[in-house]
Design a binder for this molecule. Sequence first.
Ligand code: ADP
Ligand code: MG
Ligand code: MG
Length: 478
Amino acid sequence: MSAAVPVPAPPPVDPATAGEMAREAAAWCALHGLVVGDRADPRSATVPGVGLVHAPFSLLPAHLPESIWRQACELATIFNELVDRVSLDGKFLQDSLSKTRQVDDFTSRLLEIHRKMMEINKEENIRLGLHRSDYMLDLETNSLLQIELNTISTSFPGLGSLVSDLHRSLINQYVHLLSLEPKRVPGNAASSKFAEALARAWAEFNVDSAVVMMIVQPEERNMYDQYWLTNHLKESYGITTIRKTLSQVEAEGQVLPDGTLVVDGKKVAVVYYRAGYTPNDYPSEAEWSARLLIEQSCAVKCPSISYHLVGTKKIQQELAKPNVLERFLENKEEIAKLRKCFAGLWSLDDEEIVKTAIEKPELFVLKPQREGGGNNIYGLDLRETLTRLQKEGGDALAAYILMQRIFPKASLAYLVRGGICHEGLVISELGIYGAYLRNKDKVVINEQSGYLMRTKVSSSDEGGVAAGFAVLDSLYLT
Ligand code: ADP
Ligand code: MG
Ligand code: MG
């Protein structure tokens, strides 16, 4: 980086006050369900209501220029539409991922299911997407750049929405110390918006006795984020949600001759995946059979196999190539808006860029086709990996994409984890949720649906909250 790094301003309160605020805030979390399972309690990932701890959070909201916020919100509906359009081009998905499949078993298995669906001309009339597009604000160019687009199991609509309430409440309580206005923290309706989208998909499916089935991991410390949606579905719409692992679906599920998915004796209207995005979720053939079974059924899948594939890193990189967006969208202004937020993305068959990345690894991120945080390769590891893969020859490089490293502005903030408040130099990543629901030609929902701000110490490369790198945050518009 050539630009001089500005000295960050100190946080607005001294450490002693921050400690007092952190205690108030942690109590607020416990009272309002801003909680996760505590690692220290072995039952916390399987037994609801046991071993709870407040979710890690930032004491005060992260500052963001209002114009950038507007720009990010505006992109949500365009990305929603893009995902839908790309998902309909099965050949584009298969061709773009053809080299990846040779070297990445997980992608290969997903593509296999996708190919089977293409073979039988499987049509998804009701299509539900609950996406999250993640961004960082690049310091040097002051531009909003997309990190990735998540189309499966986008987490924290439940807990993330609460953080803006927490921050407003703290700002109100400490108004005499902080020169902050609560109204500058935008409201966050992610939780109710996602529940609404699930409910409307259920309504389009139109079988009163049917349930929403949430696909979950056998152990889930982030279950309260999920229960928030379950709760909205029940309280606002009277819809029952069942929680099943993929292996339970394999054991208890069947598809009736008319396509109806029945699990544990219940008809399923909507399958909402909060698992299934990582190879770890498929420890045996049983889980793959379950995924296939669901895909073959007429239940609404959130996401379908094709929506899932559109969210892969490889497709992100393909979409960023010249003239590719034009294949899927007509509106030139919208295309320009999307392109403006694309960072540099390269496939590794570009020898020139591989050479540059080996010379200057600090300017790049090497990404495999994985989700959930903790998988990317940076710095000297990046150089070593590229050098080794290049020597090995063959297609091994096709398992990865290269991305321009984005450097957001670092600032000083207090982060609270496990009841302990730390001051740190931090950077933030803004996620904008999008909900999209379509029934044949009718677009039922295409909306920006709240946001997720995550903040992490700037020395950490990775960003996941569940993965333990980041904390939940909200926004303060400047
Ligand atoms: P995942 O699907 O595992 O979440 P991401 O692409 O979001 O993968 O990468 C994980 C984390 O790595 C991000 O949350 C972010 O903190 C960091 N990261 C990813 N891409 C970049 C990038 N181009 N520049 C800087 N940091 C990045
Ligand atoms: Mg992801
Ligand atoms: Mg991510």
